[in-house]
Design a binder for this molecule. Structure first.
Ligand SMILES: Nc1ncnc2c1ncn2[C@@H]1O[C@H](COP(=O)(O)OP(=O)(O)OP(=O)(O)O)[C@@H](O)[C@H]1O
Length: 303
């Protein structure tokens, strides 16, 4: 049986009597996963995060963490959880190191742990600089370092890449994958960016208008999008288009180097590419033209 680190059973929540913000949200976050919680603005992601971290109390007992009801484990359960849910409170006039020292003191964590987390988030060289001199991405990594001080088994992050430039986003992505692979941390991370979630997560939950619309592995997500149109950039495209048309009636020559065609789903791409290369094609690029993004937009626009 699968070991779930977080489960919610029909989680409902409303801030006011007139409107449900979460409606029967049943999440299953497997131990060891990087679980992407995806949804557009206002979908209910932050509310879910606040409920999971006890910032707002749940209204029915629907949340289990580490296999036990959350309400029975408050507040000691947070010794084993790191979270970045509200904007991080950094002391901008203090160095990165001293920000961590302050949190370590408050939480009774040995100071020796500070160097370890600085190393993990790649801030060792900048540890003595004041936080106000940090870029947004560095501030975000410092905030994640704070959440890692207690060596948590579970990390909850609400939109950690919001507002970051592509480099900053990539740094956070690499960090999360490293934490997951090397330290075995289960990560529950929310985002409104499908492409980001796709790149780093093993599992995905999609929420919109307070309802969970999809939950599954990243492979299952790929299959959901149905037929997948791709564009190949290949040397001598005319020749390869003729060859491809034998088995792929949708193959269409676009210009001297590009062909488009449809595969049954994204999971078919690796095998397709392997075959083409084995047959001697000089393949420069395979680009997915549509499929997942369209499916996602249709899904989140449902009532
Ligand atoms: N403190 C609050 N009081 C009343 N309504 C709230 C409160 N916080 C959020 N809401 C409402 O609950 C709904 C879900 O908001 P939530 O912040 O959970 O969504 P989200 O998916 O995190 O979106 P975003 O990325 O925009 O923060 C929205 O309609 C929002 O207006």
């Amino acid at each position: 049986m699968q070991d779930y680190i977080i489960q919610t059973k029909s989680l409902n929540f409303q801030y006011s009597k007139s409107r449900k913000v979460l409606e029967d949200v049943s999440l299953n976050i497997p131990k060891g996963s990087i679980y992407g919680f995806l949804g557009p603005n206002g979908a209910g992601k932050s509310t879910t995060m606040r409920l999971l971290t006890g910032i707002i109390p749940e209204q029915h007992d629907a949340i289990s963490i580490f296999g036990k009801p959350l309400k029975d484990q408050l507040p000691q359960v947070f010794d084993n959880i790191g979270s970045l849910v509200e904007s991080p409170a950094l002391y901008l006039h203090l160095s990165g190191y001293n920000n961590l020292k302050y949190i370590a003191k408050l939480r009774n964590i040995p100071e020796s742990r500070i160097d370890e987390v600085l190393e993990l988030v790649d801030l060792s060289r900048d540890a003595k600089r004041k936080a106000k001199q940090y870029s947004l991405g560095m501030k975000q990594r410092l905030a994640i370092a704070m959440a890692l001080l207690n060596e948590p088994e579970l990390l909850l992050l609400d939109e950690p890449v919001n507002g970051l430039d592509p480099n900053g986003i990539q740094d956070i992505r690499k960090l999360l994958v490293k934490l997951n692979r090397e330290k075995g941390v289960t990560i529950f991370v929310s985002s409104h960016l499908l492409a980001e979630i796709e790149k780093m997560c093993t599992h995905v939950g999609i929420i919109s208008k307070g309802k969970l619309r999809f939950e599954g592995t990243i492979e299952e997500l790929g299959k959901k999008s149905g037929a997948c149109k791709i564009q190949l950039t290949v040397k001598d495209a005319t020749h390869w288009n003729e060859k491809l048309m034998e088995n792929h009636p949708t193959a269409e020559l676009q210009n001297a180097t590009q062909i488009t065609l449809e595969l049954q789903d994204r999971e078919a791409i690796p095998e397709f590419a392997k075959n083409l290369i084995t047959q001697g094609a000089h393949l420069y690029e395979i680009k997915i033209l549509d499929g997942l993004e369209e499916w996602f937009m249709t899904l989140v626009n449902q009532k």
